[in-house]
Design a binder for this molecule. Structure first.
Ligand code: NAD
Ligand code: ZN
Length: 357
């Protein structure tokens, strides 16, 4: 059966597009029910930015601390707080990077679905649409703005709420919002996008629909991270579109080995997604020879050192857990190695890869 891809409901793109958010939200407000804005804490001290958020009536801004990537417990407590403080809401708007956008998607779902968000970590477990949700990226690369997942760290695993109800109803792409991203962060999140393309293009789930998106996204990543000497006027626009297209590619195919290993690193060591992908990518030349070669050149060009020796001295139980989380990503390993991936990617083989990090 061919995948029937649920996509973002509406998208607006261009410099200054944030200014249209008020009018967009006006069409989606229900009587007096307020709109909730989940905003990356980095903007807490930016009153100029906060003043541009279209707060009306009983609307509320919650600044979210994304020092650590979102956990199922964060989602549940935000949901409980919003219910207690505001009652019924018109919707949620996530303004920030992948972490904030995923929080917004997950909380919007958990305002209508019973239980804890950890019950929905997996594929197609969410059964009820959430409240209206909009995403406004301020950091580009993850593709979280376009994807059908909201990645969360739960008590036993790091895994997304993958469902047809997860994509945003609305996305506002405003390249001006990327202006203040520190270069190192831009590199790691940008490499997430690059690696989405490498992994999807090399994977068994590849097809013409996904390839069309991945090839263009890869071309943009190569321009930005290999060819250009300086980050200039239109670089943020290109990165924003590379992120969108890379996200579209993996939505209609699958990611691969760097992501599968990064999930294990994220769960056990708290390594952030983009950085974890980069750390894993260094040892994956057997799967992605060209992709790894160019990745190394990109890191050198950006002057970013990728951490080494991070699993040295790790207690055996933690390494075992890392392997368990990573091998739990069956669709990813299947994309890399095919239907008999379990025979090929044994715990011992994966342990040897982790030990090289
Ligand atoms: P992030 O959202 O975790 O943010 C990283 C840092 O950048 C934070 O300190 C944040 O405050 C800061 N930041 C954000 N915007 C900024 C701006 N404009 N100026 C200055 N600083 C800014 O980083 P990310 O790489 O975008 O997202 C990673 C998260 O996304 C992980 O939790 C990962 O699991 C998730 N993810 C989700 C998907 C998906 O499809 N849903 C895909 C890939 C990754
Ligand atoms: Zn990713």
């Amino acid at each position: 059966m061919h995948k029937n891809l649920k996509q973002v409901g509406a998208v607006t793109f261009g410099r200054g597009a944030l200014g249209q958010l008020d009018a967009i939200l006006a069409d989606n407000r229900q009587a007096t029910a307020p709109m909730v804005f989940l905003v990356d804490h980095v903007f807490h001290d930016r009153p100029d930015f906060v003043a541009r958020i279209p707060v009306r009536g009983r609307d509320r801004i919650y600044f979210v601390d994304v020092t650590h990537e979102p956990k199922t417990g964060d989602v549940d407590s935000l949901r409980d707080r919003i219910r207690a403080e505001l009652g019924k809401v018109s919707g949620l708007v996530g303004i920030g990077g992948g972490s904030t956008m995923d929080l917004a998607k997950a909380v919007a779902l958990m305002l209508t679905n019973p239980g804890s968000s950890q019950d929905y970590q997996g594929w197609d477990l969410v059964q009820v649409p959430g409240v209206y949700k909009a995403g406004v990226p301020t950091l580009s690369g993850t593709g979280a703005e376009v994807s059908r997942t909201a990645v969360l760290i739960g008590p036993t695993k790091k895994l997304g709420l993958n469902s047809d109800y997860t994509p945003f109803d609305q996305v506002v792409l405003d390249p001006d919002l990327l202006a203040g991203v520190p270069e190192r962060q831009r590199f790691f999140t940008g490499m997430d996008c690059y690696i989405h393309n490498v992994e999807s293009l090399q994977g068994r789930a590849m097809n013409a629909f996904a390839r069309a998106h991945a090839e263009k996204s890869l071309e943009l990543c190569r321009q930005l991270f290999l060819e250009k000497d300086r980050w200039d006027g239109d670089s943020d626009e290109k990165l924003m579109m590379a992120s969108w297209l890379g996200g579209m590619s993996i939505a209609y195919s699958q990611v691969g080995a760097a992501h599968a290993m990064s999930y294990g690193l994220g769960y056990v060591l708290g390594t952030h997604h983009g950085e974890g992908n980069c750390i894993a990518m260094r040892v994956l030349e057997e799967f992605y020879p060209d992709g790894v070669r160019d990745f190394r050149r990109m890191a050198d060009k950006a002057g970013v050192e990728i951490a080494e020796g991070i699993t040295a001295g790790l207690p055996a139980a933690k390494l075992d857990k890392m392997i368990e989380v990573s091998l739990g990503m069956a669709p990813l390993w299947q994309n890399v190695l095919g239907g008999d991936w379990k025979r090929q990617m044994t715990p011992e083989r994966l342990r040897a890869l982790y030990q090289r990090l």
